[in-house]
Design a protein around this ligand. Sequence first.
Ligand SMILES: [Fe+2]
Ligand SMILES: [Fe+2]
Length: 341
Amino acid sequence: MQKVSDLFDALNVITGGRMVASLEEAKEGNHPFVILKSSGIYGKDVLEIPGLIHGDPDKEIKKVAVCMTMTELSIELAGATGVDAIVAHHPIADAASCGGVTLKDYLDLYEIAALECHEAFHGLHPGIAYLHGHKVIKSDISYGGIHGNVMFVGEPFSEIQTMGDMLDRLDAHMCLEDDAALLEAERRIKGVQSIEETSLLTRGRVLVGQRASPVSKILHIFPHTGFTKEHLRQAIIENPDVDTVLASISRVYEGHELINEARSMGLNFMVGNSHVLEILENGLPLAYALDQLLEDVEIVVFRDRVTSTPLANVGHQQLKDYARQFSEAHLLGNNILSCHS
Ligand SMILES: [Fe+2]
Ligand SMILES: [Fe+2]
């Protein structure tokens, strides 16, 4: 019989002992992977604690779900499919991770344990570079002294000659043709051509240079972690043979200082996988490792698929009528429900 504590132990094997054994240990304040994430917005910070966030360590587990960000949707899916524990990559917080209520109430209702493993998982495998087609020869996980500002210098694999080769490699590994077929089917079924889907919309592309531009050395950056144009300038001074800047997980759009800076320095610039695909880049290897380490436990992967639809195209007539009527009657400042019976 496997227990929640065995799942914790498996995560400790995977991370080489980076997990926090108890919330008491987290409170001591000197664990390198217990990290406060804060924008300085009052009441909105969260303490990242790699470990068991809620649940009984002695509870039996038969089925475990791996997800990127835990939400009320994950909890409902876990409840409906007999999942005993959720392992979330991104940090878990009361209300934010469970539909605006408290974790305890919601998770206990379906008897689900929740564990998180974020920065403690980062840097454990070179898969993200591999998927983009390069081998890391130099890396810094706090470039410019900023914790989490990851920077890689990589050499392309022998089969990668151009930025186009990198993009084709990504598309193939990420199974984007399935997503394209799925979106096409959804548009057809709903009769709405303007539905957009994130993994396709944010797929890799060349921003400076051409698909056919040669690649000989890559600077791989992650703009959402705080990488600035000053960092770019410094990184190129340190690695003058870099000819291609690759941004992944997050991306930048035309007009951004990193693109302008790269252009002015004569570098090519491309974006690779977006955060949408981290479930495949990081979640899947994590899930396979848990599968190996936890005998007789079924592992499932929870994947989000987010779409954008113009308001006028959501739902059939009945639903549209409902939303319009209730909005007009109650939400436009002209009515307050006067009685509750
Ligand atoms: Fe991550
Ligand atoms: Fe992430």
